[in-house]
Design a protein around this ligand. Sequence first.
Ligand code: S0N
Length: 272
Amino acid sequence: MKREWTTLKEYDEILFDFYKGIAKITINRPRYRNAFTPKTVKEMIDAMHICRENSDIYVVVFTGAGDKAFCAGGDQNVKGIGGYVDDSGVPRLNVLDLQKMIRSIPKPVIAMVNGYAIGGGHVLHVVCDLTIASENAIFGQTGPKVGSFDGGFGSSYLARIVGQKKAREIWYLCRQYSAKEALDMGLVNCVVPHDQLEDETVKWCEEIMEKSPIALRMIKAGLNAELDGQAGIQELAGNATLLYYFTEESQEGRKAFLEKRKPDFKKFPKFP
Ligand code: S0N
């Protein structure tokens, strides 16, 4: 089905579109198999800020332009001494900030993989909450072959998904895996014919959007917390604090302070 996406904001290296509660961030560098530069990542980070703030957005979808690649990782043309060099000559690895945003935004993020998800592009789909792949999708890491590695989410979280042995195989051998193989190892949630990729993804988004946003937010924070150490606990606890602020019990503390009296917390129930 052809749907009318509206542009949320214009960028140089990404597209940022909206359709009925769904924000879609598309890496728009098909000439380079959607490899990202520091600028691409900077734009994705900006779009993610908007996704977090805009309450009309329920779900975020990441994808790549064209039918050949989701993302082929860091653009090797701009890799200099010290990493990926931006327009002002400063080396950056700002994709790590993007990974953290994908993980901590309190909304589901779905990778819609339409071809190669390779290197840092593979890591991007790994950190997304869900992955929907087309039959032509191909997955793999290349770091040890091309002079790079991701020892963060790209390896430890990958291992949580596919297991330690498989994660080591993926990184040590730098092989490429078909969509079917990815499905078999639990690396993606489903595989569909290429011409049904967007329809299927939107269907998943619509099912998600029928659910309670706070429940989804708490589930995401809870699933992250187990793996993310103090940062994960901080996110989960922050969500608990958000809910506490909605209670009369919390309001009593604030009111008592402003009215210069002792708070009366005794009237509130102590649930078993
Ligand atoms: C994707 C591949 C397998 C596609 O092969 P295919 O279809 O045969 O196309 P090609 O002819 O190879 O490519 C078409 C044109 O696109 C250019 N191109 C492709 N990928 C890149 C790229 N990454 N950078 C720059 N250009 C790219 C080709 O050069 C070609 O151009 P022309 O027509 O001029 O020849 C195949 O293309 C491939 O293997 N690509 C390279 C994949 C790769 O190694 N990516 C880099 C991996 N490294 C990273 O991502 C670094 C970041 C990282 O790992 C990291 C480190 C620490 C912490 C976090 C991260 C993180 O990113 O998460």
